[in-house]
Ligand binder design. Sequence first.
Ligand code: ATP
Length: 232
Amino acid sequence: MSLLEIEAANVYYEDFQALYDVSLKVEEGEIFACIGANGAGKSTMLKTVSGVLVPRRGRLLFDGKPIDHMAPYRRVELGISMVPEGRRVFPSLTVHENLLVGAYRGRPGPWTADGVYDLFPLLQPLKKRQASGLSGGEQQALAIGRSLMSNPRLILMDEVSLGLAPVVIKRIYEAFKTLLDSGCTILVVEQDVQHVLTVATHVACFLEGRIALQGTPRDLTNDQITAAYFGV
Ligand code: ATP
């Protein structure tokens, strides 16, 4: 059984249809990457998994059970946690407080604030600092750390490297291994196609609200990916 299964999801913003019959399966322990041009529907798919959006048709199964009509906080309790686009942290709270908030409604499990400081040592000296004063890379590390505090089985990451320095991106990708070791499965949306293909176990290319191509990076050629990405 897959950890997450999306079956023919059709998702709308009022009258505008953003996803058409999107189906995918995320297996436990994998890094599932979603790529595609701006506006292709990747964030919409993540928001559908986190429960911010509800498919008008189609269904979602988590661990084999339907979750379509489950409130977002209940999904967190089940082990689905989102790192939103744009490194959203609580700006007026300290780094440490941001982490503690992340544990709210979470599951028991291996992740604690100390574990997050071990994973991202750059956060350790910033514990008492207000999050608004952090750099982009520090905020992204904090946003991931906060999400881990709920001990997710599935972590959803939106545009994880957008706007970050290469050295920070490298650190974040290195952290993926620790996440997997802790029992976490990763569903990531990424603009940096070349980078994500080096770590992903499965890739889905979105094009105009549909999945144009999917498979393991090993089985897909660069030409196939380019064609699916640009729709040529
Ligand atoms: P990006 O990299 O730009 O975030 P994306 O692949 O994540 O791209 P989505 O954000 O999922 O794309 O957007 C899919 C489509 O839905 C786009 O046409 C977008 O304009 C539209 N859309 C996204 N959010 C809304 C919204 N709140 N209201 C109406 N339309 C929206």
